[in-house]
Design a protein around this ligand. Structure first.
Ligand code: 8YV
Length: 306
């Protein structure tokens, strides 16, 4: 029996997971050779557009190796009754610990200190400016889904007081609900962005939110670039309206605005929130399990309701 064909737009990692895929499927990488495929494997950042879907009249399943579906044209998928799967839960710890790491990197000037040494400034310029503590501060979480809640657990474990905003107040948490992002920013000094992105929350963290966060405030974004207004953020950093930022995600990856590159105390990482071998292996396994379920005509393990 021939292997089912699949268009792969984003490779599974680590390598042995890509090998498992190649063993069980006829992998196609050029969309122009994929007119007959029923399955596509993509990632949160690569996604799948309506134009791409149009090239695959038989498409039945979009398997996203990640949780963000903002780059997938969901309305087109719904219109064509194409199923979508994602990889929830298995990456939450990795993304949450990255957010925590970024908070420390910015507050304690870790990335800046590394550059300071490598640039030979320790001997000539003396000391770095003082950093600030993470422990003992008030944390705010924008987006209280799986990743936000995992992060909240970690922060509480470190003794931080945690506030959050989400579509609705949750009854099963000790954390304090804020009705909107501006009241959240008023309450906290470390503002973590973990919300999923959609057309309605573009630039949600903008000038007003940054001003509410205040001069000791630090913004940490591990969700999607457009949630934070990059121009307003660069200005807030340069003018001292806030103290720092740490960003793993950007509007137009892999391009990072010059203003953010030049902004003081702005830590930048290349969208690596889930990029640990443990998380990526678990994500890849879940992708493979969803594909196998689809091929066997069984229910998907982690369907995304479109
Ligand atoms: C992945 C992500 O890095 O899950 C997501 O939406 O952004 C990350 O976990 C991404 O899928 C890789 O492109």
């Amino acid at each position: 029996m021939s292997c089912p064909r699949i268009l792969v737009l984003a490779e599974l990692k680590p390598q042995e997971m890509a090998e498992q895929l190649a063993k069980n499927y006829d992998v196609v990488r050029d969309i122009n050779d994929a007119a007959d495929v029923e399955m596509v494997l993509t990632s949160g950042s690569v996604g799948l557009s309506a134009e791409q879907m149009a090239k695959m009249p038989n498409l039945r399943l979009i398997a996203v190796n990640g949780v963000g579906v903002d780059a997938v044209d969901l309305s087109e998928a719904k219109k064509r009754d194409i199923q979508v799967t994602t990889t929830p839960d298995v990456l939450s710890s990795a993304v949450a610990e990255m957010a925590l790491g970024l908070a420390f990197a910015s507050a304690r000037r870790i990335a800046e200190g590394d550059r300071f040494i490598r640039d030979g400034k320790w001997a000539t310029d003396g000391k770095l400016p003082l950093g600030s503590s993470v422990l003992g501060r008030r944390a705010g979480i924008l987006g209280y889904g799986r990743i936000g809640r995992k992060l909240a657990d970690l922060l509480r474990g470190l003794g931080l007081e945690v506030f959050y905003t989400a579509r609705s107040r949750k009854s099963d948490t000790p954390d304090t609900y804020c009705a909107d992002v501006i009241s959240l920013a008023h309450e906290c000094e470390l503002l973590f962005v973990t919300a999923s992105a959609n057309a309605d929350n573009n630039g949600l963290v903008g000038r007003e939110t940054l001003s509410a966060l205040g001069t000791n405030g630090i913004v940490i974004n591990v969700a999607r670039g457009p949630l934070v207004d990059a121009e307003a953020l660069a200005l807030a950093l340069t003018s001292g309206m806030i103290a720092g930022a740490a960003l793993d995600v950007f509007d137009d990856e892999p391009h990072v605005p010059e203003a953010l590159m030049k902004a003081p105390n702005c830590v930048l990482t290349p969208h690596v929130g889930s990029a640990t071998s443990e998380a990526r292996r678990a994500m890849a396994q879940l992708v493979l399990d969803n594909l196998a379920a689809y091929v066997a005509g069984k229910p998907l393990l982690t369907p995304y309701e479109v």
